[in-house]
Design a protein around this ligand. Structure first.
Ligand SMILES: [Zn+2]
Length: 491
């Protein structure tokens, strides 16, 4: 917030060049711990004391991204100046092994020895990293930026030896070296990415999933589902993504994948946006007027704007979720994953009931929800009775009529389920008369009905039968199409 006020007041950000440090000072370990995984505010609440509310506002998910510097006895070396003169709103470039590999924005600065000791312990000399930056808009650069030309431009020694603050003019002068936003990048001769359409999205998604299916990035489908869940929550405010599940926590829970390794392929492919990068550069290019606040953007998803736009449509989401669910490794609890990211119901044509029927199974672990699907056997609505009567209880797929002591038994299946996210209607054009076996298969997307009313297997599109029809039973093609999308089919 403070940052935005500065920006509004015409504040021009400076740039902090931050050494990550090598193994001797546990740099890689610290980076992984307090930047990538983040620090739970709950665990340092006592040490934070009066800083706690400010950090809670900055990190609504309760996980802070912190980086610290040890104190210096000097008063006028570059490190002392940087510690003294850097401000919230300034940018940070992380440096290691002669490249800049990540960037971030300073949200808040504070000095707290107890927090530093708790998070990073002490170094060999008994010092701790007590000058702390609370960071936001953290972006692992998909392609690391060689540091030498940047430092030369700034008139600084290479390799970088110290925490260094670069003034706003200096920062402006090195912008051409940094990756920036597609579209805005043209000013530096970079290619402009074309808008991603529906076909291209599914092609790219398929490609990214295929490339990660060798086990190189098992978290890709998880990260995508997490992001699709955020988009679903934005498209449908009543949906119930667990807003407390950060991507890191979610990944750690389901496969131990590491966010840092997932971001480059997702960003390179264009599936995930440069939202954070945009946030970085927009104000530099004077594009900030009228933009939504970054905080609310970050809360919705990390998908690129094009992809988020496509997935605002429930049918497109259904198809994407079907592809992603299938790409999950077998040890993943699919229903639990979908429920946690607010996509419960996407794995059945019936959908789920409203969240008051989600039950907490373990009080210590609120994200662990039990999925409750709508009972497939529809209460005898007027339309359900009508469809069974029209077909005389014969299954529209196999023609079987189940005999019972008291007559025949069949089930009325909603093509587009009544539950979330389908929100189908209870009328004849949305119903089929099916035997219990085919009803189950239809609900769990084992089979679908094509435009010519041929019943086919989802696995290989092979024909099962022609759908048996009745002249007085009109079936809405739009409902069948919705069901096919959730099967993962293109149309
Ligand atoms: Zn049947």
């Amino acid at each position: 917030m403070r940052d935005r006020e500065r920006r509004d007041a015409g504040y021009r950000p400076q740039l902090v060049l931050q050494l990550r440090g090598g193994a001797r000072v546990r740099g890689p370990e610290h980076y992984q711990h307090s930047i990538i995984r983040g620090v739970r505010l709950a665990q340092i609440a006592a040490e934070l004391g009066p800083e706690l509310p400010a950090l809670q506002r900055l990190y609504p998910d309760g996980i802070a991204r912190l980086w610290g510097s040890t104190p210096t006895q000097q008063v006028n070396n570059p490190k002392a100046r940087a510690l003294r003169e850097r401000k919230a709103g300034d940018r940070v470039l992380f440096y290691a092994d002669k490249v800049f590999y990540a960037r971030a924005r300073i949200l808040h600065l504070f000095r707290n020895q107890a927090v530093a000791k708790r998070v990073w312990q002490t170094d060999d000399e008994g010092q701790t990293w007590e000058h702390i930056m609370a960071l936001g808009a953290i972006e692992q650069l998909a392609h690391a930026v060689p540091a030498e030309p940047v430092l030369r431009q700034l008139g600084l020694p290479f390799p970088l030896r110290s925490l260094t603050l670069v003034d706003a003019d200096g920062y402006d002068s090195i912008l051409p070296f940094l990756p920036n936003v597609p579209g805005l990048g043209s000013s530096h001769g970079r290619t402009v990415r074309k808008r991603m359409g529906r076909k291209q999205f599914f092609r790219v998604l398929r490609q990214v999933l295929d490339e990660s299916s060798d086990g190189s990035a098992p978290g890709i489908p998880l990260a995508m589902l997490w992001a699709v869940g955020r988009t679903a929550a934005a498209a449908e405010p009543s949906s119930h993504a667990d807003t407390l599940t950060s991507l890191e926590a979610f990944l750690a829970r389901h496969g131990g994948a590491d966010e840092q390794s997932l971001l480059p392929p997702l960003i390179d492919s264009g599936l995930w946006g440069h939202k954070q990068a945009q946030e970085w550069e927009i104000d530099r290019f004077g594009f900030h007027g009228g933009r939504a606040s970054s905080a609310s953007d970050a809360a919705t998803s990390d998908l690129s704007a094009d992809v988020a736009g496509l997935l605002a449509d429930v049918d497109m989401r259904g198809r994407a979720v079907a592809m992603l669910s299938r790409a999950l490794t077998s040890n993943v609890d699919r229903a639990a994953v979908l429920a946690q990211v607010g996509l419960a119901g996407y794995d059945s044509a019936a959908g789920t009931l409203e969240p008051n029927l989600f039950t907490l199974t373990s009080p210590g672990n609120p994200a662990e929800r039990q999925l409750v699907t709508i009972d497939r056997i529809v209460r005898s609505s007027r339309h359900a009775k009508a469809v069974k009567k029209l077909h005389d209880h014969r299954c529209q797929i196999c023609g079987v009529r189940l005999e019972t002591r008291d007559g025949y038994y069949s089930e009325a299946a909603h093509i587009r389920g009544l539950g979330k996210p389908h929100d189908g209607t209870d009328d004849l054009s949305n119903l089929l008369c099916l035997c219990p076996n085919h009803h189950t298969q239809f609900d769990f997307f084992a089979l679908y009905i094509d435009e010519k009313f041929t019943v086919r297997r989802t696995s290989d599109d092979s024909r099962i039968s022609a759908l048996r029809r009745h002249p007085q039973h009109h079936i809405d093609q739009a409902h069948l199409r919705h069901h096919r999308r959730f099967c993962g089919l293109p149309k």
